[in-house]
Ligand binder design. Structure first.
Ligand code: ATP
Ligand code: MG
Length: 277
């Protein structure tokens, strides 16, 4: 069995504004193993971004603890190693791009980690290759499209050789093709290199691509399981402001209109095969 990458014990977090305490995460006890592909879903304000920021030590638990690859994030001495282990990609790539030349931007992360120059060069080439931007090395990031910028942000994270990638609505500003391309790169990395992925998304079809889903509601994980199981809980998801992905929704409607289709299908091909039997 793979080793535990994230260990959350009674994790609570509150934001404090002057004298007002706002508890956002409530006693989360969970584990994520290396190599998992997890989707984190939940309504607006349920605490997803707050939880994501805990995963690489950008926020620290108010009480309880979080260990990343065995390292307690509350220990200052671990912070650099934690940040290196868990790479983050956020919604807006403009907030993550720091340099005025593509290859310098990708080199920024490893430079800060103190990686030597020859190794940085190799990593930049590899990362740009992986995200399909090898021909853009000398470009100014300003001239890239939104999808290309997001792939550049991903390359910058990959150049730090993280064990885990946390994506916080990283595809939400992209069009359909850009979204597909980014997800394909991430899925290949997951399959080929065993990269652990935590994908925060409002897109249920995207969540359906994962191996495991956490549903966050009012700071608690109220559902945890494979997509097939989680998407059986339509009522509960609805209460959290979440819809079913397309295929489970189509199956549900077919079933209501009297066609006996299985309700745990996720893939359009499986549905087509079933209907053509
Ligand atoms: N810096 C902050 N100070 C005070 N409250 C905050 C702060 N950041 C977030 N919050 C509050 O914490 C709660 C959780 O916010 P968070 O951004 O984690 O939710 P989310 O699930 O990511 O939402 P969304 O789907 O809109 O991105 C919200 O009620 C939000 O208003
Ligand atoms: Mg958020």
């Amino acid at each position: 069995m793979q080793k535990v990458l994230f260990q959350l014990n009674d994790l609570c977090f509150s934001y404090f504004q002057r004298t007002i305490e706002k508890q956002v995460l409530n006693f989360i006890n969970k584990q994520v193993r290396a190599g998992e592909y997890l989707a984190l879903i939940g309504g607006n304000g349920s605490g997803k971004t707050t939880l994501a920021k805990h995963l690489n030590g950008l926020l620290l638990p108010t009480s309880g603890s979080l260990a990343v690859d065995g390292m307690d994030t509350a220990n200052q001495n671990n912070l650099l190693a934690v940040r290196q282990t868990v790479g983050m990609v956020f919604q807006n790539p403009d907030n993550q791009i720091v340099a005025s030349v593509v290859e310098e931007d990708v080199a920024f992360g490893p430079e800060n980690l103190g990686v030597d120059a020859a190794e940085i060069k190799q990593r930049v080439v590899m990362a740009l290759e992986t995200v399909g931007l090898a021909g853009y090395r000398n470009f100014t990031p300003d001239f890239l499209s939104g999808g290309e910028k997001q792939r550049l942000a991903l390359a910058g994270v990959l150049a730090m050789k993280p064990k885990c990638l946390v994506l916080d609505e990283a595809t939400s500003m992209l069009d359909c093709a850009g979204r597909y391309r980014l997800l394909k790169i991430i899925s290949n990395l997951h399959k080929e290199t065993g990269l652990t992925v935590v994908n925060i998304t409002h897109d249920m079809n995207e969540a359906a691509l994962s191996d495991r889903i956490w549903v966050l509601n009012k700071g608690q994980i109220i559902l945890d399981g494979p997509p097939r199981k989680v998407f059986q809980q339509r009522e509960l998801l609805h209460e959290c402001g979440l819809d079913l992905p397309d295929i489970p929704e189509i199956c549900r409607r077919l079933s209501i209109s009297g066609l006996a289709v299985p309700l745990d299908l996720l893939d359009s091909e499986d549905l087509v095969n079933y209907l053509c039997q």
